[in-house]
Design a protein around this ligand. Structure first.
Ligand SMILES: [Zn+2]
Length: 266
């Protein structure tokens, strides 16, 4: 199922802001890279790109009706900003939203882009005058990655392109999964909870993290642990179903392990 619909703004190279870089060219690059990252993380995503419109209003109608025709939890529009004059100084990144319920997501994405790249964090900005935010029907945000006419911004954007795209993708994944289990990459079948990084940081030994990760990646050894627990009646056999349904989380497994050990030493 597609969870995210994303589009670069405007409708052709040169139809957006232009100075050191071209907004539309860069917005398309950023969108394409985010889509690749989301797909590699097995997150359903729909990309919309307008190559047919002739005017800005045609373009907005096109993007909005296409967005509204898709299944998704969030609508994302990628743009670049302009101040109107060439500057050496930093301007920064900002994320626009309309509904107050989307302010938190906008703030998180702006902060994540800033932390990843060093672009100044201009933060979340409420805008009531943008068609994309007004007329898309799901929670919507419009990301202004940086300013096309700030030398400092463009340097940071070009140098940190990859981490900026990753930061946006990660925030979107956290948003659409909203604490649900997040499928681990690869074919091992074991799900890891969305905030798995918190488990890693809660474990004080890097060696223990490595060893645990090896076990967690081996579906058979996880299955053996659960089966042993079920046969000792330390845990319910529902947990085997959870493993097979790929809804077992890393935290579940750690908790179950305690119950199994407790039964063993009794
Ligand atoms: Zn724009």
């Amino acid at each position: 199922m597609s969870l995210i619909t994303i589009s670069p703004g405007h409708y052709g190279i040169g139809t957006g802001a232009r100075d050191i870089i071209d907004e539309v060219r860069e917005a398309r690059k950023v969108t394409n890279r985010i889509v690749e990252i989301l797909k590699s993380e097995k997150i359903g995503v729909t990309k919309i790109e307008d190559n047919t419109s002739r005017t800005q209003s045609q373009n907005l109608n096109y993007l909005i009706s296409r967005h509204n025709g898709t299944t998704r939890k969030v609508d994302v529009s990628i743009h670049f900003n302009a101040s109107g004059e060439r500057l050496n100084s930093a301007k920064g990144t900002e994320v626009l939203y309309l509904s107050d319920s989307n302010k938190n997501l906008a703030e998180k994405i702006s902060k994540a882009i800033s932390s990843a790249s060093g672009l100044r964090n201009r933060g979340a900005k409420k805008r009531t005058d943008l068609a994309f935010l007004n007329r898309t029907l799901k929670p919507a945000i419009l990301i202004e990655v940086c300013f096309v006419d700030s030398v400092t911004d463009v340097n940071l954007y070009q140098r940190y392109f990859e981490v900026i795209c990753k930061a946006i993708a990660n925030q979107l994944i956290n948003y659409v999964l909203d604490g649900q289990s997040r499928p681990e990459e690869g074919e091992n079948g074991l799900s890891l909870i969305a905030n798995n990084g918190k488990i890693n940081s809660a474990i004080s030994s890097p060696t223990l993290i490595d060893v645990l990760n090896k076990v967690l990646k081996d579906q058979n050894s996880v299955k053996e642990i659960i089966e042993k627990g079920v046969s000792q009646k330390a845990i319910s056999k529902e947990w085997l179903n959870k493993l097979n349904n790929k809804t077992l989380t890393t935290a579940d497994l750690l908790g179950l392990s305690v119950l199994i050990v407790q039964r063993t030493i009794k």
